[in-house]
Design a protein around this ligand. Structure first.
Ligand SMILES: *Cc1c(COP(=O)(O)O)cnc(C)c1O
Length: 347
């Protein structure tokens, strides 16, 4: 039994959802974004639990993800699909009652001709230039769209992790210019937008990463813990090397523990020498390169070598590990992969 353990605290996810929900007024609904398999933590499991805790709307990136979430949450919650109504999606949207967020005039016309009675939302481009209709596209279909009654009109902020970035106010202004006075339900904020304050909240907020304990929600409760078993311990003499490319050289007689997880488990090579693992409360540096299935760790300073070490948990969050690798917590979480023994606590 050597697989590392990924423990996911469902109660912490609920705590984080409640805390984010409390930041907007009672008139604002707080949904949950569970795309990319619930940021790698299992969309079905997370959505099913959050639905029992009062979450009424879920967002996914793809219709296929929506199918999985629908099966998990039952008939009542609304499930929105960011990629909208793509060619070939019609039957799946219909049979799973998924709400596409229509991104273009082409999607809008496809939807109205294929599923005229089926609910939809609209995604507008307020300046991120990734998904959504530009103002002129929206103007061209606006009267027809209003007559058909969209459930939601939304846009997405490009710089919400930097509250003072001027693009935030520019996008807010652009979104309002397109939607003020139309009487539609509106949504602009993900996690970062919720933290920026009430003018960004509108009728519905769509947090993802904050639910899972990630920045920019600094007050989040940690949700994941990764513990990696020790496979072997050895002593190496001063001057000996450890791992691929002999990249680490013992500067003194050293003790090396070899742990059973590696870059195939999302512990990416780029984290290199900057990442730490933890023996209880004691940090230990990596010694040498990250292998596909193994990490080597300098444990010379430990009196006893434990049976397992933590790489994610209260001492080192996904964001801190991401910093060591020059990436973001989102990428660490969504890369963790399928090889872990998964344990869900709470719920
Ligand atoms: C991913 C995503 C979200 C959630 O963003 P977080 O930063 O994870 O809170 C919300 N809206 C859209 C359009 C997204 O793509």
């Amino acid at each position: 039994m050597t697989a590392a353990t990924l423990t996911i605290d469902l109660d912490a996810i609920t705590t984080n959802w409640r805390a984010l929900d409390a930041m907007s007024g009672p008139e604002t609904e707080t949904a949950a974004v569970v795309k990319a398999d619930g940021y790698g933590l299992d969309a079905a499991r997370v959505a099913q639990f959050l639905a029992t805790q009062g979450v009424k709307s879920f967002f996914v990136a793809l219709t296929e993800e929506g199918v999985k979430v629908r099966a998990a949450v039952g008939a009542a919650p609304e499930i929105y699909v960011f990629s909208g109504h793509m060619a070939g999606d019609t039957d799946t949207l219909k049979s799973n009652r998924l709400i596409p967020l229509l991104n273009s005039r082409e999607q809008f016309h496809r939807h109205l001709s294929a599923l005229p009675e089926h609910p939809f939302g609209l995604q507008l481009n307020s300046g991120m230039n990734r998904l959504g209709m530009n103002a002129d596209d929206f103007a061209a279909i606006r009267d027809q769209a209003l007559a058909a009654g969209p459930r939601l009109v939304m846009s997405h902020l490009a710089c919400a992790d930097e509250p003072r970035h001027p693009q935030n106010t520019a996008q807010l202004k652009a979104f309002r210019a397109m939607t003020d006075g139309l009487g539609l339900r509106r949504s602009l904020a993900a996690t970062g937008g919720i933290l920026m304050g009430p003018e960004y909240h509108f009728d519905l907020c769509r947090p993802g990463i904050g639910l899972y304990g990630g920045a920019p929600f600094e007050a989040a409760k940690p949700v994941v813990r990764v513990s990696i078993p020790t496979v072997q311990v050895r002593d190496v003499a001063k001057g000996e090397t450890v791992g691929y490319s002999a990249a680490w050289t013992a500067q003194r007689p050293s003790r090396i523990a070899t742990l059973a997880a590696g870059y195939a488990d999302g512990l990416i090579r780029a984290m290199g020498a900057n990442a730490k693992v933890w023996a209880g409360d004691v940090p230990c540096a990596l010694a040498g390169r990250v292998s596909m299935d193994l990490l080597t760790v300098d444990v010379t300073h430990l009196e006893t070598v434990p049976d397992s070490f933590d790489i994610l948990g209260p001492h080192q969050t996904a964001d801190q590990l991401a910093d060591a690798a020059g990436t973001i917590g989102y990428e660490i979480l969504t890369s963790l992969g399928a090889r872990y023994k998964r344990v869900y606590t709470g719920g």
